[in-house]
Write a protein that binds this ligand. Structure first.
Ligand SMILES: [Zn+2]
Length: 391
């Protein structure tokens, strides 16, 4: 993949030239440290620089991630990449003894299924009902009650939002055998709510739109197995040096299966703790002890729950705004931290304010607070939406 990127991807060919690295200089995992870590901002600023030319395959689609750092970078994915991702998920489902012949539901941030050209994709999605996290909770619950999925693959904070609305409006939920959670992480209170509502603890799947499946929770010890057949996972400190076993490090991923848009040493923005333990299940995949991904609380204003994804969706962010974070300071007050893009125009603040006001309701006092950079602390997970109830 490094050789391919060096030859066909503008960003990497320039980078290697500027660092005087030849493509054959990268032969081992240790050699990878010669390549600088890549951030989401770099892709967002010039996504075309990361597309392979000429494209090795006909591309399937451009998707965007959940927007967890503001305007998400566009990601190009091919059929091969998507088929591999489906196969990874099938392995995880199988470990949890899930029967893919039963009906299930996938609720996520991007729309539409890929073109189902490969057998593995057809097999994986054949009994899947697809829905969106931007759907209103009452409509979503009604839909799921009629679909009757046996298991659910869902973004945890959206599941919390469904439960908050369901409990407040006394709606009958739907029985589930298993829940797979992917996208962010449940706060402790939200985790208890899920167990109370459905009687099952969610199984965490860890991956991003940019990289595909990175890790998954094993039923044996509930620790995470790393998908080292899909990607190289490194855990780095603030100087981009590897942390030791048992130490917290930022998760940096090199994908093996997306030649359309190779991402090498991509910092996904989360933190994990590598382990050299061997899992009791007998699988040879390495273990990650802790995962510190982003958290989104569900905001409640006068007992009304706000869908956290409506706050962050593309349509809410005017052009010129690169990043936002939502902090509820009082029961009826919301502070929105935001960062501009370098091409920010005047008037985007007013647009941001009115769009957020529309989502949260006119009875909430919204205050904007501009920040110069995304607050970063290598030892703290990022809370993108924080409720004042301290969930
Ligand atoms: Zn295991």
């Amino acid at each position: 993949m490094v050789r391919h990127a060096c030859k066909h991807v503008r960003y990497y060919s320039r980078l290697f030239k500027s660092l005087h690295i030849e493509k054959d200089d990268i032969r081992t995992v240790e050699d990878m440290s010669k390549i600088p870590v890549l951030t989401k901002d770099q892709i967002r600023n010039s996504p075309g620089e990361f597309y392979a030319h000429p494209s090795p395959f006909e591309f399937s689609r451009t998707i965007t991630s959940s927007g967890s750092t503001g305007i998400p970078p566009p990601i190009l994915q091919g059929e091969e990449d998507l088929a591999y991702d489906a196969a990874e998920h099938m392995r995880e489902f199988r470990a949890w003894r899930v029967d893919l012949r039963k009906r299930w539901a996938l609720i996520r941030t991007h729309h539409g299924l890929p073109r189902l050209e490969s057998h593995v994709q057809k097999l994986f999605y054949r009994n899947c009902c697809l829905s969106s996290v931007y759907e209103d909770a009452e409509r979503q619950i009604a839909k799921l009650r009629s679909v009757k999925p046996h298991f659910l693959y869902i973004v945890p904070s959206y599941l919390s939002y469904l439960i908050e609305v369901g409990v407040r409006k006394d709606l009958e939920l739907f029985p589930l055998e298993t829940i797979f959670a992917n996208g962010d992480q449940l706060a402790r209170r939200a985790s208890e709510m899920v167990v109370n509502a459905f009687g099952v603890e969610p199984n965490n799947m860890y991956g991003t739109a940019e990289t595909g499946a990175i890790a998954w929770q094993c039923p044996e010890e509930r620790r995470h197995h790393l998908n080292v057949d899909n990607c190289l996972v490194e855990f780095l400190d603030e100087n981009d040096e590897p942390v030791g076993v048992g130490e917290k490090g930022m998760i940096v991923v090199t994908c093996f299966h997306n030649p359309l848009m190779p991402l090498i040493r991509f910092s996904v923005g989360d933190y994990g703790v590598p382990s050299d333990d061997v899992c009791a299940c007998g699988r040879g995949l390495p273990i990650m002890n802790d995962l510190l991904g982003e958290i989104r609380d569900v905001l409640l204003f006068g007992g009304r729950a706000v869908n956290p994804f409506l706050l962050e969706r593309r349509e809410t962010l005017p052009s010129g705004i690169a990043w936002t974070r939502f902090i509820q300071t009082e029961p009826d007050e919301l502070t929105v931290q935001f960062m501009r893009t370098e091409f920010s125009r005047s008037g985007c603040e007013e647009q941001l304010l009115s769009r957020i006001q529309y989502v949260v309701g006119s009875d909430v006092h919204v205050a904007l607070a501009e920040v110069d950079m995304v607050p970063k602390d290598p030892y703290e997970r990022l809370v993108r939406v924080r409720a004042c109830s301290g969930q």
